[in-house]
Design a protein around this ligand. Structure first.
Ligand SMILES: Cc1cc2nc3c(=O)[nH]c(=O)nc-3n(C[C@H](O)[C@H](O)[C@H](O)COP(=O)(O)O)c2cc1C
Length: 193
């Protein structure tokens, strides 16, 4: 019987959590626009499993615009302390409004206000302008819960391909590849380093 890549990911993430000095959930997220021009940035993993690898962001950001045009993505975890990387590729879907509301409610009030104040990835004239917008939303929501902004939500990358890479001496690295088959089962193989 072949390994379940989700269980293997859980085991590797647990080891990364025990060893990384910070942000073991940080992952590079690569997207591309409709013409295929790529872009990449770090986001934080906020949930994962066969339904998808979830992150939250401003949907009007560069990544949000690219995912609206081309809902495919690649994720990369690089855990230096354990000399491993995991690559994940697949189509991208939206997290439900209920799930996004529930996660937004767990964020600190300051980051909730920041989500309202930030026009993520748009040109910003000055830091003062951002701080003024922040003060403005702080006053607007004074004395009440901060609701999730309509432009802020979650995306989930649904894995079709996983690669687990483990450093070995003399660059004889170990690469295990998992690819989803029709019907949803996973085939497992190796790649040359
Ligand atoms: C450790 C780390 C974690 C981050 N987590 C997030 C995140 O979860 N969501 C997010 O929108 N941006 C996150 N960012 C900021 C993004 O890297 C990026 O600057 C921002 O989302 C704008 O990207 P875009 O213009 O490509 O859309 C994080 C940055 C770092 C360094």
């Amino acid at each position: 019987m072949s390994t379940d890549p989700f269980a293997l990911f859980d085991a590797w993430l647990a080891e990364a959590r025990a060893n990384e000095p910070n942000d073991p959930e940080a992952m590079a997220l690569a997207t591309a626009d409709a013409s295929g021009n790529p872009s990449v940035r770090i986001v934080l993993l906020k949930g994962h499993g066969p339904d998808g690898f979830v992150f939250y962001t401003n949907e009007g950001s560069e990544k949000g615009r690219e995912l609206a045009e081309n809902p495919m993505a690649a994720l990369l975890f690089h855990w230096k302390s354990v000399r491993r990387q995991v690559r994940i590729e697949g189509p991208v879907g939206r997290v439900s409004d209920e799930q996004a509301d529930a996660y937004f409610a767990t964020r600190s009030r300051d980051s909730q206000l920041g989500a309202w104040a930030s026009d993520q990835s748009q040109p910003l004239e000055s830091r003062d302008l951002f701080e003024a917008r922040y003060e403005e939303v702080k006053q607007r929501f004074e004395g009440q819960d901060v609701p999730r902004p309509p432009h802020w939500g979650g995306f989930k990358v649904m894995p079709r391909r996983f690669e687990f890479w483990q450093d070995r001496p003399h660059r004889l690295h170990e690469r295990r590849l998992f690819v989803v088959e029709d019907g949803g089962s996973w085939s497992e193989g190796l790649l040359y380093p």
